[in-house]
Design a binder for this molecule. Structure first.
Ligand SMILES: *Cc1c(COP(=O)(O)O)cnc(C)c1O
Length: 413
């Protein structure tokens, strides 16, 4: 194999057809930000948007903003802007609430679409909040509902005629493994179950084709690959064919068929509005739109191509430069089976990541031993990848990670 050089990485940058999107973001100098899979960085226009919403809209237009500045329709209008990036149509997506809340809505709706069955299948090693909220939901339903955990290699055995709902995360938060949405959804439908996908690590990272795969319901967040800001609202997809057929349980007034009729009893809207619950954090919602628009105006296929190339480059460079230090690549080496991050394991992983962050390369750590590096095409360069691995090598050669300050535990890793 030919040696990869810094000049070669520079050459890749020179030929990068989406290099222009880097100008849309502000990052501190001397920082290589590889946490875009966890908290996307700030788009330059976010500040102006926040100022406009606070100063002009809230400050001057006050309550009339609900109409004149489109606040009341913002969940739907942002959903329509996001929809093409996940293969959904207008009127099938709303941006609202936290991912966990939306998981509750879609799993409950899925169970109601399949009322004679009681079993939900999820992946036990999934990001825990999805599993936790479904455990809470099934407990509340106080019936003989059952949550069955299965890992990737067990899914086909578990998805059978007894299953009501299959709820899976397309890209695994730790390993970056990408599931075959089309094949699994086909299998799910073949046994008469409802297919729900969590797109937290795939929405905005790769072209998702919900309608092409005939998915029933989906959710995902916007603060990762959509760069919506800390705690920015999540999104919910409900295929048109299901809208108005069943009710979700968080039946607040925003999901009512006529919110301003103030009727005594709940009556669900028959379109995607039925996935709404109540008044949203408009400032955060408005700022989220800035990030969504950057992604939506960039060719998702080009985003995917660069993301795969950067992941391959990162892995090749770790092999080339860091082979003697005991790292293991736990992400799939085949780019077609990987999302937009590469995870390494090392028994000193925590301290190594602390040292990396102190030296300007921000990745994150997931217990007990996983170092995650987000390879996000909108703002990273191939040269960043080169420099990040060079830094990793330097820390390992000099054993910088052994210093006491890199071994102190913090609340958020
Ligand atoms: C990031 C992530 C979440 C986040 O949930 P919140 O409700 O926003 O805290 C949920 N599920 C998965 C799979 C995630 O990756």
């Amino acid at each position: 194999m030919t040696l990869i050089t810094k000049e070669y990485c520079q050459e890749l940058d020179n030929n990068d057809v989406i290099a222009h999107t880097q100008q849309e973001f502000t990052l501190p100098k001397d920082t290589i930000y590889m946490c875009g899979n966890s908290l996307g960085p700030m788009p330059k226009n976010a500040m102006a948007k926040a100022q406009e919403v606070v100063e002009q809209e809230w400050g001057k237009s006050l309550i009339t903003s609900w109409n004149v500045h489109g606040w009341f329709n913002l969940c739907q209008s942002l959903g329509d802007r996001l929809a093409p990036t996940i293969g959904a149509d207008a009127g099938e997506v709303v941006v609202t609430d936290a991912t966990g809340l939306n998981v509750t809505k879609v799993v409950a709706a899925g169970l109601r679409l399949n009322p004679t069955r009681k079993k939900v299948v999820m992946e036990g090693s999934n990001f825990p909040t999805d599993n936790y909220v479904v455990q809470g939901l099934l407990e509340l339903m106080n019936d003989d509902y059952e949550l069955v955990f299965a890992e990737e290699d067990e899914l086909y055995d578990v998805i059978d005629e007894s299953v009501a709902v299959v709820c899976l995360t397309q890209v695994h938060y730790k390993s970056g493994r990408l599931l075959d949405m089309k094949a699994i959804t086909e299998r799910t439908h073949a046994v008469g179950a409802i297919s729900i996908w969590d797109l937290c690590h795939s929405g905005g990272a790769l072209p998702v084709d919900l309608n092409g795969c005939n998915v029933d319901l989906a959710i995902g967040c916007t603060y990762k690959y959509y760069n919506g800001g800390p705690g920015s609202p999540a999104f919910v997809f409900m295929a048109k064919r299901h809208q108005g057929k069943v009710q979700q349980p968080l039946t607040g007034w925003w999901g009512h068929a006529a919110p301003f009729a103030f009727e005594r009893d709940y009556r669900p809207s028959e379109n995607i509005d039925q996935m709404l619950t109540g008044t949203q954090g408009i400032i955060s919602l408005a700022v989220t739109g800035v990030g969504i628009d950057i992604t939506a105006s960039t060719d998702m296929n080009e985003i995917r191509k660069k993301s795969q190339a950067m992941g391959d480059l990162f892995i090749q460079l770790v092999d080339q430069e860091c082979s003697e230090f005991g790292f293991e690549v736990i992400s799939p080496r085949d780019a077609a089976r990987r999302g937009s991050q590469v995870a390494l394991t090392h028994f000193e992983g925590y301290a190594i990541m602390q040292a990396m962050i102190a030296h300007g390369v921000m990745g994150d750590f997931r217990a007990p031993d996983t170092l995650r590096f987000g390879l996000t095409p909108l703002f990273l360069t191939y040269l960043d990848v080169w420099n990040a691995v060079a830094q990793l090598k330097d820390i390992m050669v000099k054993q910088t990670y052994k210093e006491a300050e890199y071994n102190k535990k913090h609340a958020v890793t």
